[in-house]
Design a protein around this ligand. Structure first.
Ligand code: TYD
Length: 206
C-alpha cells in the first residue's frame, strides 16, 4: 500500500497556522504532490456540526464533554478523510490534531493530559503525524493579532490569558517530548521566513 505524508500544524489561536498551511499546500502542489488540506474541528460534514457546538454553543459545555466532542470529530475525520487520503499516497496538510486536544482540553481545561490523549488515540486507531509544525507565539502577541482580525471570539479564544499561556506551555512540552516529530518555529518571525523553514523540513520527507 502506498503511504502518503501526514503533516499537522499546531499552535495557539492567531499563530498563523492557516497562512502557513496554504503556503505549504501551494509549494507541494508545485512539486507535483496531491494535497488534501483539512482541519479539526470541522473537516467533514459531521465535523462542521460538532464545530458549531464546541466553538459557538452559548451555554457551558462540561470539559469532558468538550474533550469527547473533539475526539468524535477526529474519529470521523480520520476514518473518512485522512486515512483514505494517506492510502492514496496524498499529502495531508492539517490544521490541528491530537496535540490540540492535549494542550487545550488537558492543560487548558485541566483534564488529565494522558487520558485526553488516550481518547483520541482510540478515536483515530493510533494514527500519528509524520511531522507536526508548532507555531509558537506568546498569547499577548496572538491576542493583538486576533483583535485586529475578529469581530467576535469563539468559546476557546474568549478564555483568559492564563488559559492560553497554559496551552502554549503544553504545546512546547509536547514538542520537547517528541523532538523527531515536531518542528518548532518562532511565529513572531515574518511569514516568508517561517514558510522557508517549514519547506526545508518537509522537503526531506516529501
Ligand atoms: P481553529 O480552527 O484553529 O480556530 P479558527 O478557525 O478560529 O482559527 O480552532 C478552533 C478552536 O478549537 C481553537 O481555539 C482550539 C480549539 N481546539 C481544542 O480546544 N481542542 C482540539 O482538539 C482542537 C482540534 C481544537
Amino acid at each position: 500500500m502506498t503511504r502518503g505524508l501526514f503533516v499537522t500544524l499546531e499552535g495557539g489561536d492567531g499563530s498563523g497556522k492557516t497562512t502557513q498551511a496554504e503556503r505549504l499546500e501551494r509549494w507541494l502542489v508545485g512539486r507535483g504532490r496531491t494535497v488534501v488540506r483539512t482541519r479539526e474541528p470541522g473537516g467533514t460534514e459531521v465535523g462542521v456540526e460538532v464545530r458549531e457546538i464546541v466553538l459557538h454553543h452559548r451555554g457551558d459545555v462540561a470539559p469532558r464533554a468538550e474533550a469527547l466532542l473533539y475526539a468524535a470529530d477526529r474519529a470521523h475525520h480520520v476514518a473518512t478523510v485522512v486515512r483514505p487520503a494517506l492510502a492514496r499516497g496524498d499529502v495531508v496538510v492539517q490544521d490541528r490534531y491530537i496535540d490540540s486536544s492535549v494542550a487545550y482540553q488537558g492543560a487548558g481545561r485541566v483534564l488529565d493530559p494522558d487520558e485526553v490523549r488516550r481518547i483520541s488515540e482510540w478515536a483515530t486507531e493510533g494514527l500519528v503525524p509524520d511531522l507536526t509544525i508548532l507555531l509558537d507565539l506568546p498569547w499577548e502577541i496572538a491576542r493583538r493579532r486576533l483583535d485586529g482580525a475578529r469581530t467576535r471570539y469563539d468559546r476557546l479564544e474568549a478564555e483568559a490569558g492564563e488559559f492560553h499561556e497554559r496551552v502554549r506551555a503544553a504545546f512546547l512540552g509536547l514538542a520537547d517530548a517528541e523532538p523527531d516529530r515536531f518542528l518548532v518555529v518562532d511565529a513572531t518571525r515574518p511569514a516568508d521566513e517561517i514558510a522557508d523553514v517549514i519547506r526545508e523540513r518537509v522537503r526531506a520527507l516529501a
